[in-house]
Write a protein that binds this ligand. Structure first.
Ligand code: DQA
Length: 151
């Protein structure tokens, strides 16, 4: 089981700042992740919430199950110590995904509190980043450097 968890405002993909986030809708994103999972023979559950407590509950459940997580923490990336602490409890791997390249945008987006507890980070590849994250978690990459990762 892989959980693909999305934070605030990502339910509005498609109409939300299309110049930044593209025209793929949230429904398209769900389909992309589910199709990637079924092609690779892994169950993928995709969720989105604007409520931090709900995200924390999903992360706690993933920790208890030992499940791998693909997380786009959205704005929480930049200020939520609570989301970071919940990510720190995960027992499976964590891939942090950002649709946009947060490093080329406003200064306040350059730092993610989540990255220090992530297995790896994908940013700036659009929604394709989700597909790549699921493929990585499913097929693995024997050449992955592990030195910088805590998992
Ligand atoms: C985002 C980048 C964040 O800075 C922003 O707050 C988001 C989306 C991305 O996917 O590029 O909501 O995580």
């Amino acid at each position: 089981m892989i959980y693909v968890l999305n934070g605030p405002n990502l339910g509005r993909l498609g109409t939300r700042e299309p110049d930044v986030y593209g025209r793929t809708t949230y429904a398209d994103l769900v389909r992309l992740c589910e199709e990637t999972g079924s092609r690779l023979g892994v169950d993928v559950v995709v969720r989105q919430t604007d409520a931090e407590y709900e995200m924390l509950g999903w992360l706690h459940a993933a920790a208890d199950e030992g499940a791998d997580v693909v997380l786009n923490p959205a704005a929480w990336s930049h200020y939520s110590i609570a989301v970071r602490d919940a990510c720190g409890m995960l027992t499976g791997r964590l891939v942090e995904v950002h649709i946009s390249n947060i490093h080329t945008r406003e200064e306040f987006r350059h730092h993610s509190l989540i990255s220090a507890v992530a297995t790896g980070v994908i940013a700036g590849l659009g929604v394709d980043g989700y597909r790549l994250a699921i493929e990585h978690l499913t097929t693995g990459n024997p050449d992955s450097p592990v030195g910088g990762s805590r998992r």
